[in-house]
Each structure stands twice: as structure tokens, then as C-alpha cells.
Design a protein around this ligand. Structure first.
Ligand code: HEC
Length: 156
């Protein structure tokens, strides 16, 4: 290892120790938090897509819609755990989470709660076999995804 490299890694180690000492999220914890939420959103996105695909059919399968609504609902309840402080872009891992999430935590939390409310209603309509209710409510759920993504998720 060259002297310059040795110096750099000593500096990196010192930085990690400093962050840990101040209570900031350790790099590995940030990486885990980011991976956890991205996997959760992927699951939620796949379930929501399956619902929308099913609704395009002439006689949608309500059991399938109910099962996927339950996934959206369950995942939405995890959102409050998915964004520990220090897991934003400053952690140095690939994430689309914008710093605004941590700058205005109350507004961000409200966006999560909104989805939880709408997703629970969707699940209720689906379990009751109410297709018209499901069709209307799917738009409300989609609206809550969008109203969080616009302010808090970075574009591609
Ligand atoms: C409270 C805010 C919020 C709500 C509500 C929300 N999202 Fe997201 N979503 C995010 C953020 C922030 C990211 C970026 C996460 C990252 O990259 O670390 C994201 C990422 C995603 C991703 C990409 C995951 C990946 O990395 O591959 C998908 C898919 C997704 N969301 C789908 C949805 C769907 C579908 C809904 C509604 C049913 C929804 N989201 C509701 C904030 C939200």
C-alpha cells in the first residue's frame, strides 16, 4: 500500500469512528436500511402492479386483489421504520431518498400515514368483494404513492 493510500484509509477509519461516536448511523447500518426499504418498496410496487393488471381483465379475481392489497397494506406500515437518520444520500450508497425526508419529518410521516389509510380501505373493499369500491380506491392509493414520490423520491 502506498503512503497516500495508508493515509486515506486511516482518515476513513477515523471518520467512521467519529460518526459512530456521535451516534450517527454506521455505514453498514445505512446500507442495510437502504436495502431494506428498497426491497420493501419493490414488493409493494409489484403487488400494486398486480392489482392494476387484474383490474384490466373482464372479470378480475378478487382473491388475488385482496392478497395483493394486504401486501401493500403491510408494507406501508413498515415505512416509518425504513428511514433512519443517516440513511439518506449522504451515506454514500445508491438511494433515491431525498434529504427533504429528514428535513421535514412530520410532513414525510403524514405522507406515509396517508398511504396506510388508503391501503387499509383498499384491502377492506377487496375483502368484501366490492369491485367498484376497489376501482375507486386503487386511484386513491396510486395518488398517495405519487404524492410522496414527487417531493421525496429523486428522479431517474
Ligand atoms: C411516504 C413516502 C412514500 C410512499 C407513500 C410511497 N413511496 Fe415509493 N418510494 C419512496 C422513496 C423515498 C423511495 C426511494 C427509496 C430509496 O431509493 O432508498 C421509493 C421507491 C419506490 C420504488 C423503487 C424501489 C427500488 O429501489 O427498486 C417503488 C417500486 C415504489 N417506491 C413504489 C411505490 C408504490 C407502488 C407506492 C404506493 C402503493 C409507494 N411507492 C408509496 C417513498 C414513498
Amino acid at each position: 500500500m502506498s503512503r497516500r493510500h495508508a493515509k486515506t484509509s486511516r482518515a476513513a477509519i477515523a471518520l467512521v469512528l467519529a460518526l459512530t461516536a456521535t451516534g450517527a448511523l454506521a455505514a453498514s447500518a445505512a446500507e442495510t436500511a437502504i436495502a431494506t426499504r428498497q426491497a420493501g418498496y419493490k414488493k409493494m410496487g409489484a403487488a400494486f402492479k398486480a392489482i392494476n393488471e387484474e383490474l384490466k381483465k373482464s372479470s378480475p379475481d378478487m382473491k388475488l386483489i385482496a392478497a395483493n392489497s394486504a401486501i401493500v397494506n403491510t408494507q406501508s406500515q413498515q415505512i416509518p421504520k425504513w428511514f433512519p437518520k443517516g440513511s439518506g444520500p449522504e451515506a454514500g450508497f445508491k438511494t433515491k431518498a431525498k434529504p427533504a425526508i429528514w428535513a421535514e419529518p412530520a410532513k414525510f410521516a403524514a405522507a406515509g400515514t396517508k398511504l396506510q389509510t388508503e391501503a387499509a380501505k383498499l384491502q377492506a373493499f377487496a375483502s368484501a368483494g366490492n369491485l367498484d369500491g376497489v376501482k375507486t380506491q386503487v386511484r386513491a392509493v396510486g395518488g398517495s404513492c405519487k404524492s410522496c414520490h414527487e417531493p421525496y423520491r429523486a428522479e431517474d
